[in-house]
Design a protein around this ligand. Structure first.
Ligand code: SF4
Length: 285
């Protein structure tokens, strides 16, 4: 027998407000000035970057390539050295740093002012983490419990986290650090859109036969949401678009839950949902 699927979509799937605002700013400035430059991709999603390119949002690798138009600094923050370079070149900077990322920068500076050793829970080399680390001298990055275990004892330390970290990973690392650090101050800087997205997936995954997480394979945030889903439902799949969905994933399934990374645009999610709504799956009856 062939039956339609019951499709549930997480209420806040997709762009967080930080990314949405940055994209809006880029579009607005490009319209006003004919074009706008951006140092690196605005989000880890090829479709969004290609669409913005058509709207004269030009991605560059260095400020030397910026000419006759403003440069936009992305949502996940920019190192102070680049801000200084832009000032010395007299460039017009449009700051699209998410206010919640600014908060993380302020928190780590406060911890530094308290003379604490500084630790960031986050992905090594991720742009947001690099920019947080550059706010203070000598902050170290810990990405998992193995790295936390290897840390020597510390008398006084302050810890912040990358905004999109998995809450369980942060909690597990903090549990280890609290055994090694005498005076530990932890500021939980996982942002509320990330917590909300993870929470919605945690609610949907156990009650859905299949889970689909939409986003680019280059997006660490999407991969993390997929991990959250996978930990609760082994039939959790990450797809970049509707074409990657395989009908056999839904054999004997009656329901599917859908969520998406903070860098996945609405039209992509709608496309996937439409595809799932049109899918008729094989059931045992
Ligand atoms: S993930 Fe959170 S901190 Fe990062 S841009 Fe979005 S809202 Fe801001």
């Amino acid at each position: 027998m062939l039956e339609p699927l019951k499709v549930r979509v997480a209420k806040d799937a997709g762009f967080c407000f930080g990314v949405r605002d940055a994209i809006e700013k880029a579009r607005l400035v490009a319209r006003e000035h004919g074009k706008v430059y951006m140092l690196g991709d605005i989000v880890h999603n090829e479709r969004v970057v290609a669409q913005l390119e058509r709207e004269n949002v030009i991605v560059v690798d260095s400020l030397d390539e910026v000419k006759d138009a403003p440069v936009l600094f992305r949502a996940h923050g920019t190192i102070p050295e680049i801000w200084e370079q832009a000032a010395s070149k007299d460039l017009t900077v449009v700051d699209a740093t998410c206010p919640l990322v600014h908060d993380i920068h302020n928190e780590i500076k406060k911890l530094h002012a308290e003379n604490r050793k500084l630790i960031i829970i986050g992905d090594h080399g991720h742009d947001e983490v690099v920019a947080i680390q550059a706010q203070v001298p000598q902050a170290i990055v810990i990405s998992n419990i193995d790295e936390a275990e290897k840390l020597a004892r510390i008398k006084k330390a302050g810890v912040v986290s990358q905004s999109t970290q998995m809450i369980e990973n942060v909690q597990a690392i903090i549990a280890i650090l609290s055994m090694k650090i005498f005076d530990l101050r932890f500021v939980n800087t996982v942002c509320f859109p990330t917590r909300r997205n993870q929470g919605q997936i945690q609610e949907m995954a156990p009650i859905s036969d299949v889970m689909i997480i939409v986003g680019s394979f280059t997006s660490a945030n999407t991969k993390r949401l997929h991990e959250v889903s996978l930990s609760l439902n082994p039939k959790s799949y990450m797809v970049e678009d509707a074409a990657q969905i395989k009908a056999e994933w839904f054999d004997n399934a009656t329901s599917v839950g859908v969520s998406a990374g903070a860098s996945s645009p609405d039209d992509l999610i709608e496309e996937v949902v439409e595809h799932l709504n049109n899918l008729h799956v094989k059931t045992l009856a």
